[in-house]
Design a protein around this ligand. Sequence first.
Ligand code: HEM
Length: 216
Amino acid sequence: MSEGMTTEQIYMTPTPVRIWHWLNALGIVTLCITGIQIRFPEYANIFGTYKAAIKLHDVAGVTVSISFFLWIFYYLFVARSLVKLYVPNVEDIKRGLFTQAFFYFFYYFLGEKNPHTVSLDNKFNAIQKMSYLLIMFLFLPLVIASGLLLMNIAPLRGWIIMIGGIKFLVDAHYLIACSFFAFLCVHIYMATLGHTPFSHLRQMWTGWEEMESHPH
Ligand code: HEM
């Protein structure tokens, strides 16, 4: 901590968001592991039979899909802070992305302070906003939609043919899933870059963020 600074606690992440986050994380990790067996059955047999892996994959997929809609509902109609927290503003795009990228790639290793100051109204920095927006509003809906089609091939045959056929659908689902895995690796690494290696994780568990502040 810098000299003359004290810490204060802010209640940053409400309980519904934390429950969603950890349920979603468990679901996505389960999807990745079962997905490896489904995609590469000759190399990976983690859950016994192929059928068992598919069953678990389907259950995890439905859980992630339902919790995604609950997440949107909560942020849109209960907290009403989706746009404020998740959508980058002009300043974020013009300057924030670069400033934050320089910090993560360079200044962080020199021990400099994070240029973004966390507050209840401005919880995420420009890179977080951009990546959470993409993952929650592009990749997650796409993986959910392609997964639902794959779970209902016979009844939704017409739609599958319309978007390019089963092979295209399977490959698209797999490629989006790979992007998820890439996101997860970066996300977990970034989660350790808080004020201490576990401060973001603790915050996502308890809801309380410990912040440095100037004494009054
Ligand atoms: C084991 C896996 C995961 C770990 C350890 C983890 C860790 C964290 C931590 C520490 C935070 C708080 C830091 C921050 O505000 O950026 C966070 C927030 C977040 N994570 Fe994860 N995460 C995991 C999986 C996921 C997955 C799979 C997704 C999305 C598909 C995801 C999406 C998010 C989002 C959207 C937030 C911001 C939530 C909010 O406050 O509104 N995370 N995560």
